[in-house]
Design a protein around this ligand. Structure first.
Ligand code: GDP
Length: 472
């Protein structure tokens, strides 16, 4: 109805325009940007998005190729609980203290950098687990270059191992396996490699391309070699950034410290951040008053792939928010407050993620090429049967991708993965567990539950043919 008023046309006409696009809408419904443009066009109007105006000021110019220099890889450690993620991160931190920076007590600031004996650097995101990784990705942040997936050699490939693999694959991030706990008498690294092979993940020892190394996060055995493999893998990525420009990057975490004010850990991805710079991070801004590494040492400047905790922002931005440096403090402030205002206005947000009902419309619009599905089921047999049938529904126009499948209930992590990968979640004889339902509602993720295989296949088929009758 708002759009109708702005264009001065009857609201019924707007509704029927939407219906001709295959959308059943009510007059109070908010339309997404794409639909708005098409509908407005039908009435001879052009839509100008104010968000775009604000964000234009934040757009960075592309770097000239000659300004780019090699940068250190940024690595996330994932894996099943108790397989040794934290132990590995701690071991690497203690063994590779950058010379001259050994003072101070380690504080977990969400990320840290190490310099290896050969001088090469690696930055680690110190929030082990795929939840943090995927939550950041769901917010649009591309931070991780490479994932180390830890598997305990005295255990097996576990559900969270599989999840971690799916999360890394969905993000297109190369994996290096760390087969851990080899100091234990009952460790059997070959069994893990065999299990990986049966999942079509062939590690190098098994004639494949995926790097893996047997390690002990307790004794440190194999860890230097693991890190060498990480660097080798990173080399293939040819990671580059321009250090000689104003900084940008991503917020890793932020909190309010009683004595010092807001403390934000950020990861510089391009340029160099200096004390005194005016920073805009999400809906917050401020002048960088001080910078510290994770040992509390003062840092004067931070170049690409360097994590630092900064003081001076006027609030706590969210993990995954991007940050930029501005010449002008006022400009940074204005954008921050406009963002806050927009956020408030858009809190009744329009659908951002794909739903089964929407597929037909998106296909008709011609911009929908892949349907991502996360499939959870009660038994392996049904999961495999559904995977096969879903994949067979792929057509020339639209590819069905099962980005993660597993036996078990629908978890928070499934929903986050769906949010980060614009996927729908299909549960067969299983239900959402814990907070999964609430998060799905908040993130507007479509969860469909079935108990008859035939129904699940038919619904998907109908949706892809644009025939699914909308759920009212
Ligand atoms: P996370 O849940 O993946 O972060 O796992 P932790 O790092 O907390 O490790 C879980 C348990 O396994 C702890 O009791 C560790 O001391 C132990 N652990 C981790 N790595 C090793 C290892 O290489 N060898 C042995 N023997 N124990 C390990």
């Amino acid at each position: 109805s708002e759009v109708a008023t702005m264009m001065d046309v009857p609201v019924t006409k707007v509704i029927s325009a939407c219906m001709s696009l295959g959308m059943m809408v009510t007059m109070n419904q908010r339309l997404d940007a794409e639909t708005l443009s098409i509908v407005a066009d039908e009435f001879g109007f052009e839509v100008e998005f104010i968000t775009a105006d604000i964000e234009e000021a934040v757009q960075e110019e592309e770097d000239a190729p000659e300004d780019l220099m090699a940068r250190a890889p940024i690595v996330t450690v994932m894996g099943h609980v108790d397989h040794g993620k934290t132990s590995l991160l701690d071991y690497i931190r203690e063994e590779n203290v950058i010379a001259g920076e050994s003072g101070g007590i380690t504080q977990h600031i969400g990320a840290y950098g190490v310099q290896l004996k050969n001088g090469q650097k690696i930055a680690f995101l110190d929030t082990p687990g795929h939840e943090a990784f995927t939550a950041m990705r769901a917010r649009g942040a591309k931070v991780t270059d490479l994932a180390i997936i830890v598997v305990a050699a005295d255990d097996a490939i576990m559900p969270q191992t599989k999840e971690a693999i799916s999360h890394a694959q969905a993000a297109g991030v190369p994996i290096v396996f760390a087969i851990n706990k080899i100091d234990k008498p009952d460790a059997n690294p070959e069994k893990i490699k065999e299990q990986l092979a049966s999942m079509n993940l062939l590690v190098e020892d098994w004639g494949g391309k995926i790097q893996s190394h047997d390690i002990s996060a307790k004794t440190g055995e194999g860890v230097p070699e693991l890190l060498e493999k990480v660097l080798l893998e990173a080399e293939l990525l040819e990671l580059q950034a321009n250090p000689n420009r104003s900084a940008n990057g991503t917020v890793v975490e932020a909190f309010l410290d009683k004595g010092r004010g807001y403390v934000s850990t950020i990861l510089v991805q391009g340029g160099t951040l200096k004390i005194g710079d005016y920073v805009l991070a999400g809906q917050n801004s401020g002048k960088v008053k001080a910078m510290h590494d994770e040992r509390g040492n003062n840092v004067e400047q931070a170049g690409p792939s360097t994590p630092v905790s900064i003081l001076g922002l006027d609030g706590a931005p969210q993990a995954g928010d991007k940050f930029n440096v501005f010449e002008d403090e006022r400009e940074a402030k204005t954008i921050a407050s406009k963002r806050t205002q927009l956020q408030r206005e858009q809190s009744v947000r329009t659908q951002r993620h794909i739903t089964l009902d929407e597929i037909g419309r998106r296909i008709a619009l011609g911009d929908f090429k892949e349907l991502n599905i996360i499939l959870k089921g009660d038994v392996d047999g049904s999961v495999e049967a559904l995977t096969d049938s879903f994949q067979k529904l792929s057509t020339e126009e639209i590819q069905v991708n099962i980005i993660h499948k597993a036996v078990g209930p629908i978890t928070e992590s499934d929903v986050l993965l769906a949010s980060a990968s614009d996927a729908i979640v299909i549960g067969f004889n299983v239900r959402p567990m814990g907070n999964a339902r609430q998060i799905a509602d908040k993130e507007e993720i479509d969860i469909r539950m079935y108990s008859i295989i035939y129904d699940a296949i038919n619904d998907l088929k109908d949706a892809m043919e644009g025939m699914l009758s909308p759920v009212m």
